[in-house]
Write a protein that binds this ligand. Structure first.
Ligand SMILES: Nc1ncnc2c1ncn2[C@@H]1O[C@H](COP(=O)(O)OP(=O)(O)OP(=O)(O)O)[C@@H](O)[C@H]1O
Ligand SMILES: [Mg+2]
Length: 498
């Protein structure tokens, strides 16, 4: 018996308008930690959907699991063969509890008509103990942070006899600490002979954990390489076929009137005494660990969660924002972190999703949508953000994850706000697209918009922001001017606080 677990040959998948996969060969050994990388839309998710039997490959494919040829591949076969997948959208049941979600497949498998609640809790507790997390069992899924939801999805996968665990971007919403504990879990599973295949855009993590890396580009396999000896730059080059260059963003704008000024904003339990000024052309970075109050601050500025004390000024005028509508009217735009679920109408076209926020500007004098204007506006955004769509009117759910995120960005940028708040603007977006999104952000700032970027990624704020604030436990603990600081200095500040 070889130690090969899965072998796939000549895998192609054509959708109308795109070839998602083109004659890909792929294999994974027992206990191997393997990572799949590639730009948005390169076919990563499609490949794992084929492994899991959700998507059928085009004819000519050959798939073997533990030496058995799989003929009519269905998802149930994969589960029986010990393959468990956690998708980008996690596929949890939002209105069920944590324990119900984790134990669901076991509960169904037991075929019992009566639910044994003690057993449900036991299964869930055991799964959580395996990865050393504690999430309240009776909490409803939609009350959890995306990070906790992700952990629940992992726990659910661990309840069965898994031999190959597949994770589609498992770390995109996790903090560094959570990522570390996930990696410990993956290593621990490996020791038990369980293989892990995962997709990630965070190349440093890929190199840290994976033994092998497979690179896809435009649906074709470029190479499978051992991760030892690989670097970020080399991987980026293999993924894009281009070399990336990093530059810095600086601006001299303090002589102008601030667009936005916060004076001692506070919400008890969320953040305290937040003061800052945002000038036209500013790209202000707010970093710090998850849970530092950054997202709460953004939500307060956007009227989702009005602040309790302190003052807010827009262009020198004191204002109070009590609702999202007011915030939008005052010229504030906000792209939330959890945008895969918050930002889009999945079964509607890209076009509809983009114009939904700008609709009033596209109306002609008869108050009807001007079709030509609509077409022009949409084409421009699709082009500007290089959104890859299978067809002009394709529903958003047929887009790859990263391309869905660009649609949400386009939607908000299209409203041309004065102040744009971006929470994790490039989470889940590939390196090439990341840099094109950064270019767009700089371009918007260059035209006088004030931009706030909230990000975990220190390199992202360091390169793209002219000022950087570090938040910790609801307070601003440090502020840096990008021209006189270094990436290490900012990182150290975060490390010391935590
Ligand atoms: N159901 C579908 N109908 C039509 N086209 C599809 C469908 N699913 C995926 N595609 C297309 O197949 C290509 C590959 O998509 P896939 O989701 O595999 O990309 P990915 O590598 O996972 O990207 P990302 O990093 O953005 O998640 C994309 O061009 C996508 O638009
Ligand atoms: Mg994907």
């Amino acid at each position: 018996m070889t130690d090969l677990f899965l072998s796939m040959k000549n895998i192609s998948k054509r959708y109308t308008g795109v070839k998602a996969l083109d004659r890909v060969d792929f294999e994974i050994a027992r206990g191997e930690i393997h990572c799949l990388v590639g730009e948005n839309g390169s076919g990563k998710s499609t490949l794992i959907k084929i492994i899991s039997g959700v998507v059928k490959p085009d004819s000519g494919a050959r798939i073997e699991v533990e030496g058995d040829v799989i003929l009519h591949h269905h998802s149930i076969d994969s589960i029986l063969k010990g393959i468990e997948v956690i998708y980008q959208d996690l596929s949890l049941f939002p209105n069920l509890t944590v324990a119900e979600n984790i134990s669901l497949s076991q509960t169904i498998a037991s075929r019992s008509k009566i639910i044994n609640w003690r057993r449900v809790r036991e299964i869930s507790e055991k799964a959580m103990a395996r990865i050393g997390v504690h999430i309240p069992l009776d909490e409803q899924i939609d009350n959890l942070s995306i990070a906790d939801q992700q952990l629940v999805a992992i726990c659910r996968a661990l309840t069965s006899e898994v031999k190959l665990l597949i994770l589609d971007e498992p770390t995109s919403a996790l903090t560094r600490k959570e990522v570390e504990s996930l990696f410990t879990v993956i290593k621990d599973l490996q020791a038990k002979g369980i293989a892990t295949l995962f997709i990630s855009h965070k190349l440093d993590e890929v190199l840290q954990i994976a033994e092998k890396v497979t690179i896809l580009r435009d649906g074709k396999k470029i190479e499978t390489l051992p991760s030892r000896g690989l670097t970020d730059e080399k991987l980026t080059f293999l993924m894009t076929g281009e070399k990336m260059e990093y530059s810095r963003y600086t601006i001299d704008n303090r002589h102008e009137e601030p667009l936005l000024e916060a004076r001692q904003l506070s919400i008890q339990g969320n953040f305290r005494d937040i003061s800052f000024k945002l000038y036209p052309g500013d790209i202000l970075g707010i970093t710090g660990l998850l849970g530092s109050g950054r997202t709460e601050l953004a939500e307060a500025l956007f009227g989702m969660n009005p602040f309790e004390s302190g003052d807010l000024f827009i262009e020198g005028r004191k204002i109070s924002i009590k609702s999202v509508q007011e915030a939008i009217r005052l010229g504030i735009g906000y792209v939330p972190e959890n945008r895969l679920v918050q930002g889009l109408v999945m079964n509607q076209s890209v076009a509809k999703n983009i114009i939904i926020t700008t609709i009033t500007r596209l109306l002609n004098k008869f108050k009807l949508i001007d079709p030509e204007k609509r077409q022009r506006s949409i084409t421009r955004w699709i082009k500007n953000l290089s959104i890859r769509i299978p067809a002009f009117d394709a529903p958003v759910h047929t887009l790859s994850g990263g391309n869905q995120q660009r649609v949400v960005l386009a939607k908000w940028i299209a409203t041309s706000p004065k102040v744009l708040i971006l929470d994790g603007p490039t989470v889940g977006i590939d390196v090439a697209a990341k840099s094109s999104i950064h270019d767009i952000i700089r371009d918007l700032a260059g035209r006088g918009m004030g931009i706030i970027i909230i990000s975990d990624e220190v390199p992202e704020v360091f390169h793209n922001c002219n000022r950087i604030m570090v938040m910790h436990k609801g307070r601003i603990i440090a502020e840096f001017d990008s021209t006189v600081t270094t990436e290490e200095e900012i990182q150290n500040c975060i490390n010391m606080a935590s």
